[in-house]
Design a protein around this ligand. Structure first.
Ligand code: SD4
Length: 342
C-alpha cells in the first residue's frame, strides 16, 4: 500500500495529532502469521511500506556479496533519498524553526559496534555519517554542529536544510500557530525507517533514520539515534527497531527490551507484543503510547507489533518481498493498564 494512502488515512484519524503511527489493516490474506512464512536468511525487515524498496536494495547488496553493514546503509539510503518521504531524509518535515534535523544510527552485531548522529541538518545521508562515526572515531554518537562539522570534513553529500515543499507547509503551519496560540500538541504524522538484516551465516545488523517529530522544538532528539531505544542489535540473539512516538520508546528502552525478551526465548513477534504490554502496564499512557516494533532473531524468525491497530512493515528474503500488517494491542487485549501510581 503506498505510504501516501496510509498517510491520508492517518490524517483523518484522531491519533494523528499525537503523532500516532497507525494504518488500515490489510486484507486477511496479507496478514499471515510470520511463523508460517518460510523466510530463509538472508532476511531483511523494516518499518512501514516504504521499507520494501529499502529491503530490496539491501538484499541486492547481500546477494552481490556486500557486507551486512553495506546492506543496512544502502537500504536506508534509498528511503533517505526519497524526496516525497516526509519522515526520513531531507524531504522530511522540519523543526519549529523550519530546519530539517535528522537522527540516525547503525549497529553491527559482529563486534557489537555502533555509530549514531542526532540533530544533523543539511546532509543527505545521516545513516552514512553514523556509520563513519562508528568506523573512524572512538565515539559512538555525535550531535548537532559537531556532527555537521564531522560530516563536512569527511565530504558527505550536502542538501537543502528543508525541501521547498516542506518549507511551504512549514510557513502555513507558522501562520496557523500565530492564529491560534493553542496549537501545541498538534503535530503532523511522522515515521521512521528501522531496517534489520540477518545475514545467511546468522550475523545481525541494523540501522534507523528519521527526520523525527514534525515541527519539534529545535534540538529535540527522538529514539531513533539512541541505541537500545530506536534500535538494538545483539549478535547472540537478534535485533529490534522502533517507530512511533520516540519519547515513549526512549522512556522504556524499547528495542533493548524486545531483544531481551527474545533472549528469554520469545518468538520475535511475541517479544514485540510482550514489550508493548509491559510498557503499557506501567505507563500512564497505557496503550496510547503510539509505539511500534519490528524484530528478528538469529534463527530467521521475525515479527512486529504496535499499539492500537498495529502498523505495516516490510519483509524481504530471496523467495519473497512483501508488506505485512502487524498485530495491534489495545486495553481490550489485557484489561486496564497504565499504572496506578502518580
Ligand atoms: C521519533 N520515532 O523521532 C521517531 C519518529 C517516528 O513514527 O518513528 N514516528 O520520535
Amino acid at each position: 500500500m503506498p505510504a501516501v494512502t496510509r498517510r491520508q488515512f492517518v490524517s483523518r484519524s484522531a491519533l494523528a495529532v499525537t503523532g500516532a503511527s497507525v494504518g488500515p489493516r490489510l486484507a486477511a490474506a496479507t496478514q499471515p502469521d510470520p511463523a508460517e512464512l518460510q523466510a530463509r536468511p538472508p532476511l531483511i525487515i523494516s518499518t512501514w511500506p516504504f521499507g520494501k524498496p529499502a529491503n530490496d536494495a539491501a538484499l541486492a547488496v547481500l546477494l552481490r556479496g556486500g557486507s551486512g553493514l553495506d546492506a543496512v546503509e544502502q537500504g536506508i539510503r534509498v528511503t533517505e533519498s526519497d524526496p516525497d518521504n516526509a519522515s526520513v531524509g531531507l524531504g522530511g518535515i522540519p523543526n519549529a524553526d523550519g530546519v530539517v534535523q535528522l537522527d540516525a544510527c547503525i549497529m553491527s552485531g559482529p563486534g557489537h559496534r555502533a555509530g549514531s548522529v542526532a540533530a544533523v541538518s543539511g546532509f543527505r545521508h545521516p545513516i552514512s555519517i553514523a556509520r563513519r562515526v562508528m568506523e573512524t572515531t572512538r565515539h559512538v554518537m555525535l550531535v548537532g554542529e559537531g556532527a555537521e562539522a564531522f560530516a563536512a570534513e569527511a565530504g558527505f553529500e550536502r542538501g537543502p536544510r528543508v525541501s521547498p515543499k516542506q518549507k511551504a507547509a512549514w510557513q502555513r503551519w507558522k501562520k496557523e500557530q500565530a492564529a491560534q496560540a493553542k496549537a501545541a500538541g498538534k503535530h503532523p504524522n511522522h515515521d521512521t525507517i528501522a531496517l534489520l538484516v540477518l545475514r545467511a551465516d546468522g550475523a545481525v545488523f541494523g540501522g534507523c533514520s528519521t527526520s523525527g517529530w514534525g515541527y519539534k522544538i529545535p534540538g529535540r532528539v527522538g529514539d531513533s539515534p539512541i541505541l537500545g531505544s530506536g534500535l538494538y542489535v545483539d549478535d547472540e540473539v537478534g535485533a529490534a527497531g522502533a517507530t512511533g512516538v520516540g519519547e515513549n520508546v526512549m522512556r522504556h528502552c524499547g528495542s533493548f527490551l524486545v531483544v531481551e525478551l527474545m533472549r528469554q526465548g520469545l518468538h520475535p513477534q511475541e517479544a514485540c507484543l510482550e514489550a508493548i504490554r509491559r510498557m503499557a502496564r506501567k505507563d500512564p499512557l497505557g496503550f496510547n503510547l503510539s509505539v511500534n516494533f519490528i524484530a528478528l532473531d538469529r534463527q530467521g524468525r521475525f515479527g512486529a507489533a504496535g499499539t492500537g491497530t498495529g502498523f505495516q512493515y516490510a519483509v524481504t528474503c530471496e523467495s519473497f518481498s512483501r508488506v505485512l500488517q502487524s498485530p495491534g494491542l489495545t486495553s481490550a487485549d489485557i484489561g486496564p493498564v497504565g499504572g496506578n501510581r502518580k
